[in-house]
Design a binder for this molecule. Structure first.
Ligand SMILES: [Fe+2]
Length: 376
C-alpha cells in the first residue's frame, strides 16, 4: 500500500521508475541473463548476507599508490523484516559500504545504519515507521489514529537514511534520505552510527532533497515547498547545523524527470564548466542501468564499461593529486554480480578501462550515492 511518504517524496529518477515490485525485480533478472527463464532475484535486490563485515581484499590488477582515502556508499541493503519482504527498492534499510584505499591496498567493509526505524524493526520484528512505500499495520483503532497524527507531525515517518552519504567541509559525514528526520551522522572509519544530525534552524517541512551539493566551504540543498510549486534553496556553513535561505528555485512540471541520476563529475568541477560526466547506462535489451559510461561533452562521444550480468552502482571520480587534466584520476564503483557475488571496481579515469577489481566475500545489494573521505 502506498504511504503518504511515497506521495511526498521527491524523485530519484532511475530506480523509482524501474523497480516497483518483486515481479519487476524478477523481470530484470531475466533480462540480465539475456532472456534466461531463471526466476530468482538478482543479488542486487536481495538483503546483504551479513549484518557487518570488514577485511582486506585481494586485488586483481592494481590500485594506484596515490589513491589514499575512503570511498563510502549508501543504499538500501536490507529488504526484509522477519519473514516479510519489502516490495520496493527504496524501502530497504540503509547498508553502508566502505572501501579504504591505502598505498595500493584495499580494505573493505559494510555495516547497517542504526536508524530508529531499523532498530525498531529488528526489535519488534515488524515495520514500525512509514517507509517509502509501506506503512506499519495498525493493530487497533488507537494505533491507526496515532499513526495519522504522527504523519502530520512527521513523527511516524522513517529516518531510514538510505539514499546519500556526504562529507561536509568540516569533515562530518552524514547519511541522508528525504524525510526531515532522515539525517544521521556516522563515523567514516568504523561506519558506526553516531546519532541524528539535527538542524538548529526552523526551515523546511516534512521532506527535503537527499541530493545536496557539498563543497568544502558550504552545503547547498533544496527544501520542497508542498504548497506552492518550487523549492527553497538553503545553505549551511561548515561547523554549523543551521541552514539559511538564499533563494528560491522553480522548475516547470513538464521538465521534472528529464535529468540524469547516478551521474557524477570530477568533484573539483562542480559548479564550474566541465567536459566529462560519469554515469550508469544500459546495454540493451536491459532496461536497468548495467554499464558504466564516461561522456565527453565536448566531443560528444562516450566510453563504456560492461560486464555481463553485473549491476554497477554510481561511478565516483577521484582525481590524482596535482592533476592538470580533468579526467586524470580513477573511477570507483561497486558491482552486484550476476553470479551472486560482488566486487569493487577501479577504472582509469582517462581511458575508462579497468585497472583493478577486488571481490568481496558476499553478494552486494544495489547501492545509490557515495562520497570520498581523503586520508589526512
Ligand atoms: Fe538519487
Amino acid at each position: 500500500m502506498p504511504s503518504l511518504y511515497n506521495g511526498l517524496r521527491t524523485k530519484c529518477k532511475v530506480q523509482a521508475s524501474v523497480v516497483t515490485s518483486t515481479e519487476s525485480i524478477r523481470d530484470e533478472k531475466d533480462i540480465v541473463k539475456g532472456g534466461s527463464t531463471q526466476k530468482s532475484k538478482h543479488v542486487a535486490w536481495q538483503s546483504v548476507a551479513r549484518e557487518s563485515w570488514e577485511g582486506e581484499l585481494a586485488v586483481d590488477g592494481y590500485i594506484p599508490k596515490w589513491l589514499n582515502g575512503t570511498y563510502l556508499r549508501n543504499g538500501p541493503g536490507k529488504f526484509h523484516v522477519g519473514d516479510y519482504n519489502f516490495r520496493h527498492l527504496f524501502d530497504g534499510y540503509s547498508t553502508l559500504v566502505r572501501l579504504h584505499f591505502e598505498n595500493g591496498r584495499l580494505i573493505a567493509g559494510h555495516a547497517q545504519l542504526e536508524s530508529e526505524a531499523y532498530k525498531a524493526a529488528k526489535n519488534n520484528n515488524k515495520i514500525c515507521y512509514r517507509e517509502f512505500s509501506e506503512v506499519p499495520k495498525a493493530e487497533n483503532f488507537f494505533e491507526y489514529v496515532g499513526d495519522l497524527a504522527g504523519l502530520f507531525s512527521g513523527a511516524s515517518l522513517t529516518d531510514n537514511a538510505n539514499t546519500g552519504v556526504i562529507r561536509l567541509g568540516d569533515g562530518r559525514v552524514v547519511c541522508l534520505t528525504e524525510t526531515m528526520k532522515g539525517s544521521i551522522q556516522i563515523n567514516p572509519t568504523t561506519l558506526e552510527t553516531m546519532g541524528k544530525f539535527e538542524y538548529t534552524d526552523k526551515l523546511g517541512g516534512l521532506i527535503r532533497s537527499a541530493h545536496p551539493m557539498v563543497f568544502d566551504t558550504e552545503f547547498i540543498t533544496l527544501l520542497p515547498d508542498l504548497i506552492k510549486p518550487g523549492y527553497d534553496v538553503v545553505r549551511m556553513l561548515p561547523g554549523t547545523k543551521e541552514r539559511t535561505l538564499i533563494g528560491r528555485a522553480a522548475l516547470p512540471a513538464e521538465e521534472h524527470g528529464k535529468g540524469m541520476d547516478m551521474c557524477s563529475v570530477n568533484p573539483k568541477y562542480i559548479g564550474k564548466p566541465y567536459r566529462y560526466a560519469y554515469a550508469c547506462g544500459a546495454e540493451r535489451p536491459f532496461n536497468f542501468p548495467n554499464t558504466l559510461t564516461k561522456i565527453d561533452l565536448k566531443e560528444k562521444i562516450a566510453k563504456n564499461w560492461y560486464d555481463e550480468g553485473g549491476v554497477p552502482s554510481e561511478p565516483f571520480f577521484v582525481g590524482q593529486p596535482g592533476a592538470e587534466k580533468e579526467d586524470d584520476g580513477v573511477v570507483i564503483s561497486l558491482i552486484s554480480d550476476g553470479n551472486g557475488d560482488g566486487y569493487a571496481l577501479v577504472l582509469d579515469g582517462s581511458t575508462f578501462t579497468e585497472i583493478g577489481r577486488a571481490k568481496v566475500p558476499y553478494g552486494l545489494p544495489y547501492g545509490l550515492h557515495g562520497c570520498w573521505v581523503p586520508t589526512p
